[in-house]
Design a protein around this ligand. Structure first.
Ligand SMILES: Cc1cc2nc3c(=O)[nH]c(=O)nc-3n(C[C@H](O)[C@H](O)[C@H](O)COP(=O)(O)OP(=O)(O)OC[C@H]3O[C@@H](n4cnc5c(N)ncnc54)[C@H](O)[C@@H]3O)c2cc1C
Length: 286
């Protein structure tokens, strides 16, 4: 445990040690870090800001890229003091992370847990998670940990091809019906995540009050939110934006809202602090 951890409200800035990183498909890396203060506080749907260069290096290279990268939590084990992330290489920052994190014992600066996280929609008969890309981790963590009572749960995980889906063992949700969807039909439903959701709503879930939770690429979330609103179904989306601080200061991840913010009075929300999870009905389109 890092005694120098700096606690601010409910998140901490600390130094996390890599325990293990492994490839869980042609696309995804699963990274386990020792970060007890974060593991203790974490809730599903929250994220961390992770510096992609090893901590405590004094060379210029250690500061480049300067900004940490936001990554959602896939799991947190307070007893073991560890957290897990599931990420893919999108650009330079995540490529550097992937190479540094490959060495167990590497220390990385980390801030978290951040954001509001998911909560269960009250009164739904069925709960469906719809995810792809960077949205897989928060949905799997949420569906694993939240208490849905006896309500059935389905998790739809989508990717371009079978090779791009994360290994089932890494995303399995006990008690939930896990369905895969691929654009090319190489695994599960042939089509994208929202087409798979539509088929479910028009088929086995027809007429059921279904709560939809979506996370992943923006067009997918927009379409999932639109479909849910059209059907009068409650929906929650976990939004993404480039962000520099993760704590509502830099204002780089602001979205327009239909109602004033309870604290600032502005018709704005920060994805990092007020979100990343929102009811899309509360946000302005576009
Ligand atoms: C709250 C939150 C949670 C996230 N959780 C995960 C996760 O669990 N797993 C995961 O793999 N990724 C996740 N992401 C996305 C991840 O942060 C970006 O892929 C990463 O920051 C890219 O950094 P880079 O330096 O590798 O790429 P860059 O070189 O900075 O960019 C590469 C490409 O990715 C796009 N991009 C960069 N940052 C973002 C961003 N924040 N949102 C959307 N597009 C971006 C760029 O526009 C560009 O097209 C999350 C983002 C947010 C905001």
């Amino acid at each position: 445990m890092n005694s120098a951890a700096h606690e601010t409200n409910c998140f901490v800035q600390t130094s996390a040690e890599t325990i293990e990183q492994r490839a869980v498909s042609a696309r995804y890396w699963q990274l386990r870090l020792r970060a007890p203060e974060i593991a203790r506080r974490a809730r599903p749907g929250q994220f961390v800001m992770l510096s992609v260069q090893p901590d405590a290096l004094s060379s210029d290279a250690a500061c480049d890229p300067l900004l940490p990268r936001p990554l959602a939590l896939l799991d947190a084990d307070p007893k073991a003091g560890s957290i897990e992330l599931l990420y893919f290489v999108a650009g330079r920052g995540t490529a550097l992370l992937q190479s540094h994190a490959a060495r167990p014992g590497t220390r990385l600066r980390i801030l978290g847990p951040l954001g509001n996280g998911f909560t269960v929609v009250d009164g739904a008969e069925v709960h469906v998670a719809v995810g792809g890309g960077s949205g897989v981790a928060p949905l799997v963590y949420f569906f694993r940990k939240a208490s849905f009572g006896n309500a059935p749960r389905t998790v739809i995980l989508a990717a371009r091809t079978k090779e791009h889906l994360a290994d089932r063992a890494c995303v399995e949700v006990p008690g939930a019906d896990l369905r895969e969807a691929t654009d090319d039909g190489s695994a599960g439903f042939r089509g994208n995540a929202v087409e798979a959701l539509r088929a479910l709503l028009d088929g086995p879930l027809k007429g059921k009050r279904t709560a939809v939770y979506a996370a992943g690429p923006e067009p997918m979330m927009d379409a999932a939110a639109k479909l849910s609103i059209e059907r009068g179904l409650p929906c929650r989306v976990s939004l993404e934006a480039r962000m520099a601080c993760g704590v509502g200061v830099c204002r780089s991840c602001v979205v327009d809202a239909k109602t004033p913010h309870p604290a600032t009075g502005l018709f704005r929300r920060t994805i990092c602090q007020d979100g990343p999870v929102f009811d899309p009905c509360e946000l302005k389109e576009g």
